[in-house]
Design a protein around this ligand. Sequence first.
Ligand SMILES: Cc1cc2nc3c(=O)[nH]c(=O)nc-3n(C[C@H](O)[C@H](O)[C@H](O)COP(=O)(O)OP(=O)(O)OC[C@H]3O[C@@H](n4cnc5c(N)ncnc54)[C@H](O)[C@@H]3O)c2cc1C
Length: 381
Amino acid sequence: MPENTTSPVYVIGGGPGGLATAAALADRGIRAVVLEKADAVAASWRGHYDSLRLHTTRRLSALPGLAIPRAYGRWLARDDVIRYLEEYARHHRLDVVTGVEVSRIERTDSGWLLHATGGRRLAARDVVIATGFNHTPYLPDWEGRDGYTGELLHARAYRNADPYADRDVLVVGSGNTGADIAVDLAAGGASRVRLAVRTPPHIVRRTTVGWPAQRTGILCRRLPVGAVDRAARGLARLSLPDLAEYGLPRPDTGLYSRAVEGAIPVQDTGLIDAVRSRAVEPVAAVASFDHDKVVLADGSRISPDAVIAATGYRRGLETLVGHLDVLDGRGRPVVHGPRAAAGAPGLYFTGYTNPISGMLRELSLDAHRIARRIARTTERG
Ligand SMILES: Cc1cc2nc3c(=O)[nH]c(=O)nc-3n(C[C@H](O)[C@H](O)[C@H](O)COP(=O)(O)OP(=O)(O)OC[C@H]3O[C@@H](n4cnc5c(N)ncnc54)[C@H](O)[C@@H]3O)c2cc1C
């Protein structure tokens, strides 16, 4: 086995992507040190809402070298994801240094220099960046937003429905998080729940006769986009009710075309029933704010007690690597997995795509690929 005796590979981020890559490197005899800015691994999962469950299956969500215990069930609860990741780091005896944030990476003659918390300067030939697709909560710059007098928060700050009992809430954004939170609020006693929809989402059943949607997603990745779009349209008409009369028409773009652009379908964990029972009311997209009012795209003006924006995240990579010419116009790495950008050998990215086959599964595959690549370049010296 090759032994990297000079400097370790630094892996930035102690989420599933960073941990999986560190384990895959260790498996090849390569020393890796995980630098995590929070005080424990799995920091992003600790911040997610209480009712969150994986929508990918237990088997297809496990990271390299450690199965997820059967006792956690098919769809893992948030706390079990955290337990699994803690156990994962212990099991693989990973070298995780917490409380260290890497603020900037610079090129040197022999590789990379990391600037980190407390004035640390860390040199390495190989660096893996795994700071998360969902790094920085994104709130659109709606007109009048700053002057809004009502309660406005990003979904990242939502924990559970308790603070919203008997209150009128508008959830903005109909991705998986917005759908989950709207259903959670309706079940948790909010007096009214509206869901602002800009583009009607594709909705899929989490399982059909025991077959998980994720497995279909994995198969689809090998097929032409147009064919999958057509098949998905047919399947949706057969298996899902038309919600147009409730304000949620079927999307007019293809499911896979949207997924390729990064908008993965919404897994139904209660949204369809909630919409049909009018416990969740789809409304037009948010256009702007006007003091205590929210103005919707259809011109209506509403006054919810609280607005929860499930409007996504940004990668937040600009300060870290924005000067290295490795990001595209949307702030995403131009390469991912085992490939390094031209002029940036030894700098790897994992976790910056949102595949229809499940991100945890993709992180595991990339962990192996990155470790293999680093092992090869280490052998070559
Ligand atoms: C609500 C939600 C539900 C999801 N459900 C699923 C699912 O069911 N199935 C699935 O496959 N995927 C799911 N995902 C997607 C994905 O699997 C998770 O987001 C996963 O946590 C990504 O792992 P990661 O390691 O890439 O990033 P993260 O888990 O975000 O970890 C990044 C880590 O890097 C640290 N960090 C960030 N910046 C720095 C820095 N500069 N220096 C040091 N440390 C830093 C952070 O503190 C964090 O611990 C979900 C995502 C979300 C948001």
